[in-house]
Write a protein that binds this ligand. Structure first.
Ligand code: PMP
Length: 346
């Protein structure tokens, strides 16, 4: 039997997302936090393993609502924000407009669901090309627009005025993906939710030390939340993750302390990377730094030979690698090794 022939055309054309595990000593490739919260795991011991999770994640949404100064009915929980991207596209459909380079899942999930992705290149400063974006809005009438700000993999925030112009011009939903907002010096878009009914903010706990739990969430108008909630699988966030996340969020100060440490380390890394000849780091508002080198493939391989794993971004941003901010020791080791590799090449 030819199984391939049975597969939907859109899916036949896809390739599975590659999240290969590369053995390494220092893992700086996936924008994770170097700090975990194992004390919060104790909360998992109180779970009744024979019972289904709370399908509405009431405690979790309650604590998130308090932190974000909103109401639980304005929050929708996801198994990571990846799943929420899926739900948004399943709910509203395409065309799905997004600038590139950006987070790859907007395109991958659009294709998986048979919806048309519309990609518009960013300008030379990695900011939104407003003219191109507005032209695409007029021509394609996207039902969804995804704007990752701070953007992965470039690290910058898009200009707030340009984002506002896009929200104001769109007849569809605009999702501002604030996965990296905790690391940003700019104000996020939460305060603007009251002014724009088509605005959705997406956040995640993955970047602040809780990636293992797979918890993302949307903040939006109640009507949007209710519509997206119709396509949500009933028990999408499991009991273990709910309980551990609640315990971790009750110690908000501990989470915030690690975010501050990462921001301080980002500044130190940036300055040190600027001093290495042949390296051009780009300013970052996220927990990673994009940097340009002459020969990214070789530099990537040389770092890995020393046990340091970074991400090769060359196919999305020519000549670039992306390094996640780790612990001070990990970062020092990365900077030292990068310096040695580039001086050997000079
Ligand atoms: N949005 C952006 C911009 C990301 O970079 C990522 C993770 N790489 C995600 C969303 C997905 O995060 P989660 O772990 O919550 O699925």
């Amino acid at each position: 039997m030819d199984i391939k022939r049975l597969v939907k055309k859109d899916v036949q054309r896809l390739r599975a997302y590659s999240a290969r595990e590369v053995p390494c000593r220092i893992k700086l490739d996936a924008n994770e936090s170097p700090y975990g919260f194992s004390a919060a795991l104790q909360a998992a011991a109180r779970i009744n393993t024979n019972r289904y999770p709370d399908p509405e994640a009431k405690q979790l949404r309650g604590i998130l609502a308090r932190d974000l100064v909103t109401r639980p009915e304005n929050i929708l929980q996801g198994n990571g924000s990846d799943e929420l991207i899926y739900y948004l596209i399943a709910t509203f459909g395409g065309p799905v407009l997004f600038p590139t380079p950006t987070f790859s899942m907007y395109g991958i999930i659009s294709r998986a669901l048979g919806e048309k992705p519309v990609e518009m290149p960013l300008d030379g400063e990695f900011d939104l090309d407003l003219k191109k974006m507005l032209a695409a809005i007029r021509k394609e009438r996207p039902r969804l627009i995804f704007l990752s700000s701070p953007n992965n993999p470039t690290g910058n925030c898009f200009s707030a005025e340009r984002i506002l112009k896009i929200i104001g011009s769109s007849t569809g939903i605009v999702v501002v993906d604030e996965a990296y907002q905790p690391f940003s010096s700019r104000r996020g878009f939460l305060p603007l939710l009251k002014d724009y009914r088509n605005l959705v903010i997406m956040r995640t706990l993955s970047k602040i030390g809780l990636a293992a739990l797979r918890i993302g969430f949307l903040i939006a108008d109640k009507e949007i939340i209710e519509e997206v909630n119709k396509v949500r699988l009933p028990f999408n966030v499991n009991s273990l993750s709910q309980a551990v996340a609640v315990a971790a969020l009750r110690k908000r100060n501990d989470l915030d302390r690690t975010v501050r440490a990462i921001r301080a380390e980002r500044a130190r890394m940036f300055t040190a990377m600027e001093k290495i000849k042949g390296v051009r780091p780009f300013p970052s508002e996220a927990n990673f730094i994009l940097f340009k080198v002459k020969d990214p493939g070789t530099v990537h391989a040389s770092l890995l030979k020393k046990g340091i794993l970074v991400r090769n971004i060359d196919d999305a941003v020519k000549g670039c690698l992306r390094v996640t901010v780790g612990t001070p020791q990990e970062n020092s080791s990365f900077i030292r090794t990068l310096g040695v590799i580039l001086s050997a090449k000079a």
